[in-house]
Design a protein around this ligand. Sequence first.
Ligand code: RAM
Length: 886
Amino acid sequence: MRSLFFSGLFIFMVSLFLGYPVLPGLDEAKGPQAPTGLRCEYLVNPLGVDTLKPRFSWVLEHGERGQGQSSYEILVSTQPNAEEGDLWASGKVDSTDSTQVVYAGKPLQSGSSYYWKVRYWDRDGRQSPFSQVARFDTGLFSRADWKGKWIGGKNQLRKEFELGKKALRARAYVCGLGYSELRLNGHKVGRNVLDPAWTTYDKRALYVTYDVTGYLQTGPNAVAAMLGQGWFKATVLLVQINIELEGGEKLEVVSDASWKGMDGPVVANSVYNGETYDARLETPGWDRAGYDDGQWSAAEVVAGPKGVLSAQMMPAIQVVDTIVPLKMASPEPGVYVFDMGQNFSGWAQLRVRGQRGTAVKLRFAEMVYDNGMINQENLRGARAEDVYILKGEGEEVWEPRFTYHGFRYVELSGYPGVPAVNGVRGRVVHTAVEPVGSFACSKPVLNSLQRIIIWGQKTNLHSTPTDCCQRDERMGWMGDAQGTAEEAIYNFDMAAFYANFLRDIRDVQDEKGTITDTVPHIWGSRPADPAWGTAYPLIAWYFYQYYGDRRVLEDYYDGIKKYVEFLRTRAENDLVKFSYYGDWVAVDRTPGDIVSSFYYYYDVKVLAEMAKVLGKEADAKAYGDLASAIKTAFHREYFDPKTRSYANGTQTANTLPLFLDLVPEKMRGSVWGSLFDNIVYKNNSHLTTGIIGTKYIMELLTNNGSSDLAYDIATQTTYPSWGYMIENGATSLWELWQLRQGPSMNSHNHPMFGSVGSWLYKALAGINLAPESTGFEKIRIVPQMVRDLRYAAGSTRTVRGEVSSSWSRDDRTVRLEVVIPVGSEAEVVIPGFNLENVVIKEGDQAVWNGQGYKAGIQGIRSIEKAQAGFLIKVGSGRYAFKLQGD
Ligand code: RAM
């Protein structure tokens, strides 16, 4: 007792001395800790929650291994301390659910702030402290809550208003199409750019909610907005600021005919072509109170978009990073070309001094010619050109608002004098999803691959998952989206993003059930190519699997069923053969119809699974039967006994049926043989697949004992391979395996071949969902320790917390460290490499001593010798295993 007291005192003194927070008591440190990572509808402190039944998620923390939640208690309150739970005091609920717990309190009000916190009881019934308090704000629930009118006519709009008292709470709700920048008292509100997210405007437009309390002042105020064309290709604005003053008075400032407007300095703007800004047309002070707008015209009340208004409930597009150029060259007199060293989406910030009226032109490109001039040929119809006209007042710093480019190089012309290398800075702009993953290993080419995947992925999140960010497309091409979804989920927190995208997909669905190649729909066809349309069922299904979100299935089941029923109307003898793109941009072409039939099967099967989860027995049976029929038809139609291959025997043609188990048992061996021959002998362990085959082939090989071959493929550096892109200077993924730089289709920032990113996590780091499990409640850690790979490490933050796996090895030792979230459990497989007299330790303690398992170590449930190595079952916690043998 006494020594405990003294060591406690000692720790206390040391932490005081070092300035650390005082450590909790020893017993407390071992037990359940306050939950962290509080999320409401996938966001931390979201604004504008427009559902009446939001859902809550939290991450459990515990000082012991093998722990989890047995009960929870949530308090939701109108008060910032959330002490009372005046809206919802859930009471102690016996449940292991710690994600997506549905609000069940008193009805939530429109436009209000709520506070919540949670605690839990562990498996031994010990209670955790309460979490910190998190906030969520409801949006405007109904159209009637919007008091303002859509206004337009001009692109720069303003209005002054008076506040008699201090504002205690103020929220601005704004939908300014195509893009808008809201300003209050001289400041841009918030950090969003290119806002709001692009939608099918006839169906839906998104409003953004800002906490603007801090922008307001007692006395006169000014609200203003700048509008850009965006994808709406017109400019309209709807704003409402709800303000609560000291003393309880409430008022609303809304857009209406009393606003004033003029066309400001942004004289032209277009997503593809760029922006022209004439600084001479600036009207200083226009966004502050007291400005004389006598010359301005009255704003016009206009018709808004036809769709409903919904809250933007995902991260906005923001300037996420700033890049200093690597170097500057002057390939021609007066022309300066900056190399940013990285291909990305965004724009350049310009710094310039010069005479009033001087026009500086900025042009953007992914490539340069041998002579150093920029090569814009592959941008096709996108002009990608910004112009800044100086006002001539000292140093001028400018960046555009209503366009973005995909580029590595920036060309400046018309610049007065010689720019400094930092005369231009790269502004990296994309939907600000949080990175949640990391991967690194001992093979440099794979680390470069991870790097170009990350750049390709994040810079193609522009409120929709875009195909590219430079040429005249930048569309939510659904094939690209479905192919990269798992990779994106391992690397970024995609929950809110895909929740939004699924709704976007539903918005394009028509009466017949058809959806479109791109969402929102501009490019491509209706109905979508089945390999593109499959994004609807597959992204919903990945969402359910990775985030454990059942509501997504409930919400989209009917739509997905309708889509599948549409496909069925196009089926002949249980196969769907129409196809436009098929295994897109392959080296060896695969007939499109086999790809479409594969997805018809996949969609039906996934629908049957969804029906099972939702307890729709009849549908589960009916679609299960349909899937079996398609399976039979598929083999009958496409299998060629002479070649022991499907269709024309390409890698993709054999990969697809193997991947979904469409090959009858007795033929499997020979189809494998054909696939193997094709990869190894015909193509020297290179892929010849397009985006569809590539998505499945690596995983297929890995799950069937050929991870060595998958690794050979992944580490190639000759054509066609990812390494070939890297050897040729790729800083983001290319659209094609080929190196092309002409006017044809060859984007140098196209994420679709990045589907291999999930393989890095699943195979090399070994992080997998256990079959049948969702939301990482059950995990399988099965690292592939292949060939010359000496170590690999991956981690990904899941809805339950961090999962990580890192291993290293030498001749007789394998070390593996894993982290399993509280409330989850895992099967961990450590390969035994045919070593003898194996001893496994966890930390300092032996857990396997040659013969068997030594019980009694916290969190470790069992160890067995299995075919792939040693199978260790563990509960939550961090484990450091070391396997040693002779
Ligand atoms: C291209 C797009 C996209 C692809 C379609 C079929 O134009 O860039 O990547 O999905 O075609």
